[in-house]
Design a protein. Structure first.
Length: 218
């Protein structure tokens, strides 16, 4: 999904720097460890130099571990939150400090799991619910700097982190659209929410799940 977002941004004409653990040959790449504040600070500083200023942040990095509540360890729970929630916080805080003088647009990738209690998704759902809460507070606090903050909450993604084919088909079955969203569709929505035409949209969590979040079948 991250690769699809990079492709869509380049097609829009953006200059893109990809912060990741793995190189992406489409755009400039900066290695980053989201669990290490020093690494995040260095990566964002380098991205700013490469870009000559940061106007847009789309944060899609995350990890997924399926584990039921009674068998989940502190370590497993903490690892998911450290990457998905605190990692997002670390990057956003550093980028926001760069955007204060010129304004900007931030978009975080949440999930349908932030709203629904699906078995085995405790840590992942908690991390994404935290991202959505952070989105609303950041949008309020950063509005004085002309920084917009939103989140995009896809349903099951066709190239996502669903661990096996059975679960993948289950998601398609419970989604009114009878399929999963594609990475390219998520990327297109990410582009829309960070464009000038969406200039009055801030503090929102936009569902992109084919109607799954209104079907009440979980």
């Amino acid at each position: 999904m991250g690769s699809a977002i990079v492709t869509a941004l380049l097609a829009r004409g953006d200059h893109v720097v990809n912060l990741d653990r793995l190189a992406n040959d489409q755009a400039s790449w900066v290695n980053v460890d989201l669990t290490d504040t020093k690494s995040v600070v260095q990566a964002v500083d380098k991205a700013e130099v490469l870009l000559g200023g940061i106007d847009v942040l789309i944060h899609s990095a995350g990890i997924f571990q399926a584990s039921e509540f009674l068998s989940m360890s502190d370590t497993d729970f903490s690892e998911v939150l450290n990457v998905n929630l605190l990692g997002c916080f670390r990057v956003a805080q550093q980028v926001a400090s760069k955007m204060k003088e010129r304004g900007g647009r931030m978009l975080f990738i949440s999930s349908i799991h932030a709203k629904y209690g699906v078995r085995g998704r405790l840590a992942y759902g908690a991390s994404k619910a935290g991202v959505e809460a952070m989105t609303r507070v950041m949008a309020t606090e950063l509005s004085e700097y002309a920084i917009r903050v939103n989140a995009l909450a896809p349903g099951a993604v066709s190239a996502g982190m669903v661990p096996n084919a059975t679960l993948a088909s289950d998601w398609a079955r419970v989604t009114p659209a009878k399929r999963k969203v594609t990475p390219e569709e998520v990327a297109s929505m990410a582009v829309l929410l960070t464009c000038d035409e969406a200039s009055f949209v801030s503090g929102q969590v936009i569902s992109q799940d084919g109607g799954a979040s209104i079907s009440h079948v979980f």
